[in-house]
Every structure is written in C-alpha cells, then in structure tokens.
Design a protein. Structure first.
Lengths: 293, 276
C-alpha cells in the first residue's frame, strides 16, 4: 500500500497550500485588523494603543450612524424587492411560455454582466443631463419635470436600491425557478381534487416546497448586499451630503481620503457581528441539509 | 397524449415588462457607445444614432489608455481563474476522497472563507500588501484575487465530488493507475461541465472586481478595466460615449459566454447546493 500512501501527497499538499494561503491572506489580515482598530494608525504614521477609543469615537459620529442606518435600509429594501420580483420571474418562467429557454437566458443577463458596467450605464441613464430615464418618464406623463435621481437624498437612496435590485433579481429568479421545477405536478393535482383553490395551493404546496431554497438564497444575498460597495460608490460616492453612505463607502472615505486607517477599520468591523451572525446561520443551514458532508 | 396548458395573457405582459427593464439598459449602453459626442449630449435623447460612429471605440484606446487595462484584466483574470480552479480541484478531491484529521471541518472553512465580504477585509489587506511591497503593482491583485476564487471553486467541486461515483476511481486503481493519473483520466473528463462553469465564473469574479483594485492600484499602467472605466467619471463632463464603449467591450465577452453556457452556470452560481 506504500504507493497509494505516496499518492496522497500531491492532493493533500495542494489542499494544505490552499488553506495556508487563505489563512495568510484572509485570516491574518482580519485578526490584524482587530488589533489595528485598537490602535491609532494613520497612513504613514506610527501607531499607539488606544483601546476602544476608535469605536467610542464612532458613537458620536453622526455620519457613522447615518451610514449604518442606510446600510440596513438598503439591505432590507433591496432584499424584499429582489425576493418578490425574483419569485414573480420564477413563476413566470415556470409557465409553458413560448421561447422559455431563450427568455431565461435573457433575464439572467443583469446578474452575469460585470457590476461596474451596469452601474455606469444606470448612472448615465439616471443623469440630469441627457438622462434617458427622466426623458421617458416625462414623455409618459408619469412625472412633470426632471427628477434629480442622484442629487436628491431620497431619490438617490431609491436609485442605488433599484440598481441593486436590477442586478440581483435574476439570482433569486433562477434559483427559485429551479425549486419550482422540482415540485411534482401530482401534488397540485391532488390538492385540486381536495378542493384547494389557487391561494391554498400556493400556501400549502408551493411555499413549503421552495422554502429551503428561498431561505438560503435570501441569506446569501443578504450577506452580499450588506457588503456592497461598487454600486453606491460609483453612483453617488455616498452623496448627496453623505446620505447614501453605507458602512463600506464610509470606511473607504475615512481610511483612504482622511487617511485614518484605524477608524476606517473600526467602521468596517462594526458590521462584522451582523455578518458573522448571518454567515453562521447560513452555514448551519447548509450543513444541516447536506448531512453527507 | 400531452395536454398543452394555456398560458394566461397576464404572464406575457409580465414577461414583456421584465424583458424591457432587463434589456433597455444594455441596449442603451450599446446605443450610447455608437453616438457622436454631440448626439450623446442632446436634450432630447435619440433612440437610434443618426449616424453610427465608431469613434468612441477608437477614443477609449487612444485617449483613455484602455488597451493596457484590458490586457491587465485578461491576464489577471485568466491566470487567477486557471490556477484557482486547478488548486481547488485537488483540494476538493482531498476533502471528499482522502482521510486525514480535520477533514470534516474543511467544507465549512471554505464556505466561510467564500462568504466573507471583501468590504470588511479591504483595508487590512491593503496594509498587508503595502507591508510586503505589493501595492501599486498588478502582482498585488494576482496575490489577493484567489481569496475570492479558491473558496468558491473549492466549494463547488466539493459538492460536485460528493455526487461523483467512487466506483470509477476504484476500477482505475485496480488497473494500477496512480492517483494523479486517475484524477486526470477518470475524474476530469466527466467533470468538464463543472470545471468549465467554475472557470468562467472565477474569471468573471476577477474581471468585475473593483474594490481591491481601487485600493491596491493607483499607477496608470497597472490598472484593470474596472479602474480605467471608473477613473473616467472624474471629469467635469463625463465622456459617456467612450465610457459606454469601454463598458460594452468589458461586458460583451462575458455576456456571450453566459448565453452559451448559462445551462451549466446556474448550478455553480447558486453555490452548488441549492438544488431544491
């Protein structure tokens, strides 16, 4: 059996290499970040230990609180909309419509496109000068005059959420579609024979059958949406007047424009308890379902 | 006989709405890229260019240095994707097929690593790279991008191998094949759809990456496409024509690959475990 044991070396070696790499480039910086957040570090300056001062400082920082508030509003609104629209998309693609495979591929595109290209396109479409969205809405008499989509605090918030929804809906739609397609048609037949109406069938057949997938997709998307940066940074830079900052854009500004690395890291770390909670729930959920692992 | 179920007109109206909202931005990106400077900035937008102009596609290269950025992105994305998929294939194989202490914790570790958002790590990673003098060089991106692709790809391969019949391998061993030969000859060929979709998605992750590139690279010659494009926003009058041309160039290869391979990709995208 000596040869078989030797055989293991290459795959195991590669696994150890991969783990070592992740610990070095992901794990170590994270642990180190915690220690930096307890110091007073500027770019190009020496650091000294300040305990929780960075975090204490955040408590009285109004922009920190407003960025946290918008982070959660952004995640909450975007997830609800993606879930509803994603379900509609799935239910629609689950109908025997003509050219279903083709439309499935088309509707998948926003998820496949590089985030940056779609964000830039939306910024151009929502712009004040030459923006086609305002033009279309005025033409359709839905609005009276141009709207400052990215200049007005409320509309700017709506805009960044809508771009996230535009991009993220296909992920929900395609995943839920796969779940819908795995439901046996007999279940619906039986329910029909039992006299269940459309709503009853939805509640008692559809919902339980797709619940697992919906929960998992929602959890994963929540983690990703919570970590969003590019959409907000490229649409509004956190503006107007800081109203669309989320924790990531604010920590970027503090660290790289104000050069306060420690404070920037403290802001990023403030979201970690929520992220960890979501990750733990997601992982427990995934590993409970696939016992084989 | 199969009964043909009628689809209510409501679904078609909904479909139309979805298709319009999905395709219009993509259409607008394309159309803008083909307009002249004057036509881009007219008050009343035109829905088809009066005259098709290819100037934006020349300008993005001549005036905005898109060429080097494109090469950098292709290089980083291709190299990182191929290396990550290779490393991940062997790592996942070890996790599923070999016995060693700590094996049970491996899938959790890779999934956890995959789920950690870049926005939590970008500042410490920047400091880490600057300590080892890897900021402002493309090498820095080669070094950190696998933190996104290896966990993803390993996770996908782990779920793939769990559903892969072990009998084929055992037959190969009986015939005297070494483990490496077995992996290459017995496991790789039937796994090609998973391997290809994982390669594509890993490539896309790097191709679209923004925040790490933003903090690590400031040198013009080392920029990736995402940096080259986002840098064009820093202007009094944003050059939307060339910008959209650059966006089209960045998006088209990805769109084409996805349209062709979308059947295989969904499984990987949904983390390989959302099967209903």
């Amino acid at each position: 059996m000596g040869q078989r044991t030797n055989d293991k070396r290459l795959p195991i070696g590669i696994l150890i290499f991969a783990l070592g790499y992740l610990v070095l480039v992901q794990g170590y910086p994270f642990v180190w970040a915690v220690s930096v957040s307890l110091r007073n570090q500027y770019i190009g300056g020496a650091a000294k230990f300040v305990g929780l001062a960075n975090f204490a400082q955040l408590l009285s920082d109004q922009l920190f609180w407003s960025s946290m508030y918008f982070t959660f509003l952004y995640v909450f609104a975007a997830i609800i909309l993606k879930l509803v629209l994603g379900y509609l998309m799935a239910a629609m693609l689950n109908q025997p419509i003509v050219g279903r495979g083709f439309f499935r591929a088309i509707l998948f595109l926003p998820w496949a496109l590089p985030t940056l290209t779609s964000v830039l396109t939306w910024r151009w479409m929502l712009g004040d000068v030459g923006g086609v969205v305002n033009y279309l809405l005025v033409q359709m008499h839905l609005i009276k005059g141009p709207i400052g989509w990215l200049g007005d605090p409320t509309y700017a918030k709506i805009s960044v959420i809508l771009v996230n929804v535009w991009r993220g809906t296909p992920f929900f739609g395609i995943s839920i579609l796969a779940a819908l397609q795995s439901i046996s048609p007999e279940l619906y037949e039986v329910a029909k024979i039992d006299g269940a109406n459309a709503w009853d069938r939805f509640v008692h057949v559809t919902v339980p059958s797709i619940f697992n997938v919906v929960l998992l997709v929602t959890l994963i998307s929540t983690i990703w949406t919570l970590g969003d940066f590019a959409i907000i940074w490229l649409m509004t830079r956190g503006g107007p007047a800081g109203t669309t900052h989320v924790f990531s854009t604010y920590s970027y500004i503090v660290a790289f424009q104000n050069l306060q690395l420690s404070k920037g890291i403290a802001i990023a770390l403030s979201i970690v308890p929520v992220s960890i909670l979501l990750m733990v729930i997601t992982m427990r959920y995934i590993f409970r379902r696939s016992d084989a692992v | 006989m199969m009964r043909i179920r009628k689809v209510s007109i409501g679904w078609y109206i909904l479909l139309l709405a979805f298709v319009v909202v999905t395709l219009f931005p993509i259409y607008w990106m394309l159309v803008t890229s083909l307009k002249s400077f004057q036509e881009v900035y007219t008050v009343v937008p035109t829905f088809w260019p009066k005259k098709l102009e290819w100037g934006n596609y020349l300008q993005i290269f001549s005036k905005y240095d898109y060429g080097p950025a494109l090469l950098n992105s292709i290089e980083v994305s291709a190299v990182v994707a191929v290396l990550s998929v290779t490393v991940s294939l062997f790592s996942a194989y070890s996790v599923v097929r070999l016995r060693f202490p700590g094996r049970k914790a491996m899938p959790q570790i890779f999934l956890l690593s995959y789920l950690i958002p870049q926005t939590i790590l970008f500042i410490p990673i920047y400091i880490f790279l600057s300590n080892i003098h890897l900021t402002n060089v493309i090498g820095g991106l080669f070094f950190i991008y696998p933190t996104m692709t290896i966990p993803y790809a390993t996770w996908v391969f782990i779920t793939h191998f769990q559903n892969f019949p072990v009998e084929l391998e055992e037959a190969a061993f009986v015939d005297g094949a070494t483990r490496l030969q077995t992996i290459i000859r017995v496991i790789v060929p039937p796994s090609l759809p998973t391997i290809v979709s994982t390669l594509i998605f890993s490539f896309t992750i790097c191709w679209s990456e923004y925040i790490y590139a933003l903090v690590v690279i400031s040198n013009k010659g080392q920029r990736t496409i995402t940096l080259a494009l986002s840098n064009m926003l820093v202007a009094d009058i944003i050059p939307w024509g060339p910008l959209m041309a650059g966006a089209v160039i960045a998006a088209v290869p990805i769109m084409a690959i996805y349209m062709v391979a979308s059947k295989y990709i969904v499984g990987g995208l949904t983390l390989g475990s959302v099967k209903g």
